[in-house]
Design a protein around this ligand. Structure first.
Ligand code: XMP
Ligand code: MG
Length: 179
């Protein structure tokens, strides 16, 4: 597995430190707001588990599962495989996502959740690749862990064909590993 990693982009320690910083900000932001923290599966799993433990105020946890991506290429087609299971009307919603790439997924999820009439919706993404944004996507993340260049990255929840999610760091996949 690790022989296919060209370079470690973000170490475990860098990720941990940044999540602790975001945690302090989010704890202040959501104190007494009892937010619903919605994770977009599956890529978010490790980030979600670490992030919610740094949000030191009461919250509820929900998940959505979306399919949109095959291999390293966004198909642009989005299917909801699993929707949130509780009523979020009037609630403060915080979306957690692994990576904001073309913006297809987050734009879709954001609109979908807005239709449920929450009190607010904010987005926290671990990684942001602004250079990949599709023209016309105006949505922005409210909280970003790291802004990264246009590399295909894996690890810490991010996959290539469902592998590498269990790497504890974020690495750049060798191009020969996916061509
Ligand atoms: P969009 O294009 O909808 O992409 O913003 C969001 C989803 O695409 C996946 N994605 C990646 N997965 N390495 C990955 O392992 C990457 O570099 C990468 N870029 C996008 C990811 O599942 C994300 O939720
Ligand atoms: Mg993925």
């Amino acid at each position: 597995m690790e022989q296919n990693i060209q370079e470690v982009l973000l170490t475990e320690e860098q990720i941990k430190n940044r999540i602790a910083e975001l945690g302090r900000i989010l704890t202040e932001e959501y104190r007494d707001k009892n937010p619903v923290v919605i994770g977009v599966l599956k890529g978010v799993v490790l980030f979600y588990a670490d992030m919610v433990r740094e949000i030191k105020t009461s919250c509820q946890m929900e998940f959505m599962r979306i399919s949109s991506y095959e291999g390293t290429d966004s198909t642009g087609k989005i299917i909801i495989r699993q929707d949130v299971s509780s009523d979020i009307q009037g609630r403060h919603v915080l979306i957690l996502e692994d990576i904001f790439d073309t913006g297809n997924t987050l734009s879709f999820v954001y609109q979908h959740l807005l239709e449920k009439k929450p009190a607010s919706v904010k987005i926290c993404t671990l990684l942001d690749k602004p250079s990949r944004r599709k023209p016309g996507v105006t949505l922005q993340a409210d909280y970003v862990g790291f802004t990264i260049p246009n590399y295909f990255v894996v690890g810490y929840g991010l996959d290539y064909n469902e592998y590498y999610r269990n790497l504890p760091y974020i690495g750049i996949l060798k191009p020969e590993a996916y061509t």
